[in-house]
Design a protein around this ligand. Structure first.
Ligand SMILES: Cc1cc2nc3c(=O)[nH]c(=O)nc-3n(C[C@H](O)[C@H](O)[C@H](O)COP(=O)(O)OP(=O)(O)OC[C@H]3O[C@@H](n4cnc5c(N)ncnc54)[C@H](O)[C@@H]3O)c2cc1C
Length: 385
């Protein structure tokens, strides 16, 4: 055992890898457990054996951040290639550009509006009778009117969340989801890119640190906790407590893989806005690596549905019922000692990769400071509620 102590980290995704590296570099003996056969968590990428295409196994991942420290950090372990996320959608028999922008508006309404004209035009479309929008649908109707709402928001949202947009809170659509220019870059962040050899290679680089022992295909159960000085747990919060208050609500995804000889859709992500199409989108993975050339192509049709006990949890639902259940798990967790719940599953929040890394770096720093001051580490740095 190392002089500083023995640390267990549950999960070899970005949360676990970043915390594990920092603590191992600091002289702790770090053991990382993952139930899967690979590192990288949900960001895992692997080359398709038949085509050589780098596949985003658990769904498409694009790195984007305004956080300079996080950007510098990931660039220490991987070469990032320039990549801009430009999404298209097939809706009502046409292909449009997303996010809804001036091109989308002009194409959809058959017009040639300039920005100010489009802004004024959209005001005529908006349902101004709605003064205090309560639901997602009311918010969208207030912002963009019925035609754009039905083409670009209604069907997709219904498929993604498995319920009517009238059952979702208005807060999901916080700002006007429309651009009055031709910018079709999905993200605004100053740093955007794609790791040249995939995300698993990035995580491998982070884990390449003396002092880390990796246990793949190994489930960590809380009965093992006392063998360690501290546990960082990036698995599901409810799973840690054997789901004693029931399962927190998640959406899961099913990917229907198919191959194609050539270029199937000409872009990485094609959404499908019509509710009559059962999938939400098709991703064509080779377009995530535009610097590579492949004749064959691997595509995923993506279906969203309620997450069952055996499924992979993807998106936390966080509606009213989940919040009450979550509060019970948080109270239960706060009775624990020598454990910190981290990451997207440990804190039941949707976290982009850059936020995950930022929080993991902060967690490792706080742990060092608290140890140095002989003070206890909090169970949550970022409260799930
Ligand atoms: C469909 C989808 C698309 C996304 N796209 C983007 C994107 O484009 N850009 C972006 O920035 N972010 C994106 N994200 C977010 C990104 O996936 C997360 O930020 C990231 O995966 C969080 O890493 P993590 O380490 O917290 O969790 P995870 O990657 O989920 O890692 C947790 C690991 O813990 C393991 N584990 C759980 N319980 C146990 C146990 N008891 N014992 C052992 N191992 C266990 C799991 O097997 C898993 O490998 C996307 C997320 C989803 C769902």
């Amino acid at each position: 055992m190392s002089a500083k102590g023995r640390i267990a980290i549950v999960g070899a995704g970005l949360s676990g890898a970043v915390i594990g590296r920092a603590l191992a570099a600091d002289g702790y003996s770090v053991e990382i457990f993952d139930s899967r056969s690979h590192i990288g968590g949900n960001c895992h990428t692997e080359r398709d054996a038949d085509t050589g295409v780098m596949v985003h196994v658990y769904g498409p991942h694009i790195f984007h951040t305004d956080d300079d420290e996080v950007w510098d950090y990931v660039n220490r372990f991987a070469t990032f290639m320039p990549y801009k996320n430009r999404v298209k959608t097939t809706s009502q028999g046409q292909v449009f550009s997303l996010p809804v922008n001036l091109h989308t508006i002009n194409q959809f309404f058959g017009k040639t509006l300039r920005p100010d004209e489009a802004r004024a035009f959209l005001e005529t479309q908006a349902d101004t009778a709605i003064t205090d929008p309560q639901t997602f649908e009311e918010q969208a109707l207030r912002f963009v009117g019925r035609d754009l709402y039905e083409a670009f928001f209604k069907g997709y949202t219904q498929k993604q969340w498995g319920c009517s947009p009238t059952a979702l809170p208005a807060s999901i659509l916080k700002r006007l989801p429309v651009r009055f220019n031709y910018d079709d870059n999905y993200f605004f962040h100053k740093h955007q890119g794609m790791p040249e050899n995939g995300y698993t290679d990035l995580v491998r680089g982070i884990l390449d640190q003396p002092g880390i022992t990796l246990h793949l295909e190994t489930v960590f159960h809380r009965s093992q906790k006392d063998a360690f000085d501290h546990v960082f747990y990036s698995g599901p919060l409810d799973g840690y407590f054997d789901y004693e208050n029931g399962q927190l609500g998640y959406r899961t995804l099913d990917f229907e893989r198919f191959t194609y000889d050539g270029d199937y859709q000409g872009c990485a992500v094609m959404n499908y806005g019509d509710v009559s199409v059962p999938y939400t989108r098709i991703t064509e993975h080779k377009h995530f690596s535009p610097w590579e050339t492949h004749q064959g192509s691997v595509c995923y049709r993506e279906f969203s549905r309620e997450c069952g006990p055996e499924d992979i949890p993807y998106y936390p639902i966080r509606l009213v019922e989940e919040k009450q259940q979550l509060a019970a798990y948080v109270r239960r967790a706060e009775e624990e000692e020598a454990i910190t719940f981290v990451g997207r599953l440990g804190t039941y929040r949707y976290l982009d990769m850059d936020v995950t890394i930022r929080e993991a770096l902060d967690t490792a720093r706080l742990f060092r400071d608290r140890r140095g001051a002989d003070a206890a580490m909090p169970v949550f740095l970022h409260s799930p509620v």
